[in-house]
Ligand binder design. Structure first.
Ligand code: AMP
Length: 501
């Protein structure tokens, strides 16, 4: 998919309740919020008036480099007000933001820079600048302060002035214009860039803001990485589009998060399951009780962990489900039953259905296709519905349970086994802190159900197997158990199953 037809696949044309693009929403919200705080980060703070002024100035500098609407802007995500300002400026001037992690290797940065064919890149150090240049020699490279890095192609533009808006060159992107390319964390082959339109972003934010009663008086404690949709599109853009505020915690650490909750009187926390695990382990989980809402996503939140957080923290974590390609599509209700082990019901404006056990979703936050990947688009869309690749089940009253990625399904002795079901059963054992289950090739079984267990206290394998036998049919029980110190996980706390073993 190229820039023009982004979002065209939304079934039935214009989505219901279509929101204006985020920059248009911002110009209203930010003017109304004025001198109220928008962001706290790294000991600094910035009000909405300052955010407006700084993003205008940064947009002027970006235009001054010769970058225009629709051009890809490789942005190294960072938890500072300076870095965030640059990302917002790029969105305001109509560039396509391509977030990357500062932790990426030379190979990873090179692949994304070349694939996105970025006009301009903002890097966070000289090494990363060299990597971008080696892979994409035409890309102009800037520092986080938007100074050109010496030795690259000359900057093409002449201007370097704050841009006027909304009538000027700022805030004029149309809803269907491309806003962001988010590379998915595929483990093999060339990574795919999910191309999200301004409409997708605005709809994604509007849905969660309405569902979770997000208001200007809320303050989010934001410890998620900003190169991923969870932190960037939901946490940061959600905050700035509702006129609320956020405290950016540079790296998740349980003590730092809980200190920020108290010091800044936080009302919201969005995390991944590993974070809840660590908050419990800190012995300070009771402090979560000061928050209005705790949300979990990006990976399955085991029902046992949900119950522990409720016991120790007095909060019922609200679990929701989403993907880079779709933003959030399913959520437990804010009011009403938050059912552990499930991701709830479709968010406002969205729809979900199952086909052969696979979850399909549609709605205004669902992207229109991958960046220049027609073959991948043809495979993942059917009549305007996006195939998520996740297996799911739905209860008679509409609550969805994610059973795992289709590719992770274990076929053992001709039976289908969902790793999540076996993991949940083992997690209920008091000596199991964390567990991952996968199939390992076996002559006898095709695949043998295998568990990697992080114990919280010593436990004989036979005890675990006897415990599993009380909860799982024989074909679902692990054939092998490995005790490990930690599970391999990516930055979002997702278990990397290809690295087990
Ligand atoms: P990403 O595009 O990196 O956000 O990854 C999306 C994938 O994360 C989904 O396809 C699911 O496999 C997984 N995921 C996200 N939220 C949940 C959840 N609440 N429970 C289980 N899996 C989830």
């Amino acid at each position: 998919m190229s820039g023009q037809d982004v979002g065209a696949r939304w079934a039935g044309g214009e989505p219901p309740g279509s929101a204006p693009p985020l920059p248009v929403i911002w110009s209203r919200r930010w003017a109304a919020a004025g001198s109220l705080p928008a962001l706290f980060a790294g000991g600094a703070a910035c009000t909405y008036d300052q955010l407006d002024e700084r993003t205008r100035a940064a947009a002027g500098r970006l235009v001054g480099t010769g970058m225009g609407p629709g051009d890809r802007f490789l942005w190294t995500a960072g938890p500072s007000i300076e870095a965030i300002t640059v990302a917002l400026a790029a969105l305001r001037m109509g560039a396509v933001l391509v977030p990357v992690s500062s932790g990426m290797t030379e190979h990873e940065v090179g692949v994304l820079a070349a694939d996105a064919r970025a006009t301009v890149a903002m890097v966070d150090g000289p090494a990363q600048g060299r990597w971008v240049r080696a892979a994409a020699p035409a890309t102009r490279v800037l520092t986080a302060g938007l100074e050109p890095v010496a030795g690259g192609p000359p900057l093409a533009g002449g201007g370097d002035r704050p841009l006027p808006g909304p009538q000027g060159p700022l805030d004029v992107a149309a809803p269907g214009d491309p806003a962001m390319i988010v590379y998915t964390s595929g483990t093999t082959g060339r990574p795919k860039g999910a191309l999200l339109s301004h409409r997708n972003l605005a709809a994604g934010v509007a849905a969660v803001a309405a569902a979770w009663r997000w208001s200007p008086s809320d303050r989010l404690v934001l410890a998620l990485p900003l190169f991923h949709v969870h932190g960037l599109c939901i946490g940061l853009l959600g905050t700035l589009s509702t006129g609320a505020s956020a405290v950016v915690v540079p790296r998740f650490e349980a003590g730092a998060v809980l200190d920020a909750v108290t010091a800044h009187r936080g009302t919201l926390f969005f995390g991944v399951p590993t974070m809840y695990h660590r908050l419990l382990a800190s012995g300070r989980a009771a402090e979560l009780g000061a928050l209005r809402l705790c949300v979990s996503g990006s990976a399955p939140l085991p029902a046992a962990l949900w119950a522990e957080v409720r016991r120790a923290g007095g909060v019922e974590v609200l679990e929701r489900y989403g993907m880079s390609e779709t933003l959030l599509t399913l959520s437990n209700p804010y009011e009403g039953e938050r059912r552990p082990g499930t991701v709830g019901l479709p968010l406002p404006g969205g729809s979900a259905r199952l086909e052969d056990g696979e979850l399909l979703v549609a709605g205004p936050s669902v992207f229109g296709g991958y960046w220049e990947r027609p073959a991948a688009d043809a495979e993942c869309f059917v009549d305007g519905w996006f195939r998520t690749g996740d297996l799911a089940a739905v209860s008679p009253d509409g609550y969805h349970t994610i059973l795992g990625r289709r590719g992770d399904l274990i076929i053992t002795g001709g039976h289908n086994v969902y790793p999540a079901e076996v993991e949940d059963a083992l997690l209920a054992h008091p000596s199991v802190a964390e567990v991952a289950v996968a199939g390992v090739a076996s002559e006898e079984w095709g695949e043998a159900v295998t568990a990697w267990v992080v114990p919280s206290s010593a436990v004989p394998v036979d005890d675990l197997l006897a415990f599993a036998a009380t909860r799982l049919a024989p074909y679902k029980r692990p054939r092998r158990v490995h005790f490990v110190d930690a599970l391999p996980k990516n930055a979002m706390g997702k278990v990397q199953r290809d690295r087990l073993g």
